[in-house]
Design a protein. Sequence first.
Length: 149
Amino acid sequence: MTGVSTMTDPDWVPRSCTLPRAEQPLRMAEWDGLFAERLRKVSRPGPLLLRLELGGDTGLEGRVRDLADQESGCCSFFTFTVTVTSGDTSDDTSDVTSDVTSDVTSDVTSDVTSGAGVLWLDIAVDATHAPVLRALAARAGAAAEGALR
């Protein structure tokens, strides 16, 4: 993996991913669409953690949980955590957090489902998969800027 330019094909996907190679471009397109439509901010709180802030709208939480669940099914090295807030994240104490890998279908009711909130998606990996996380962070940033459309 040499940089963002290598992420236009599935070659950056690690061998440990069990998604059939023919389906990988479709999955990447799903992530790219989410990033391009809803991504507000990308941050790296640590070398093994990527935090994505997504703008809320009806159906966003379900969409993110479904995509994270699919990804967990083929790339078990990812740990996804969804945090839903009701708007201003600077002093909101009403967060609802759940680990996607253990609770994808939770009955969380929030302002994100009604269109007024913010959804944080934390993606963590082990040290072996740090390059994959770096590539995903770069891809998210590029998609949000329209570079992959």
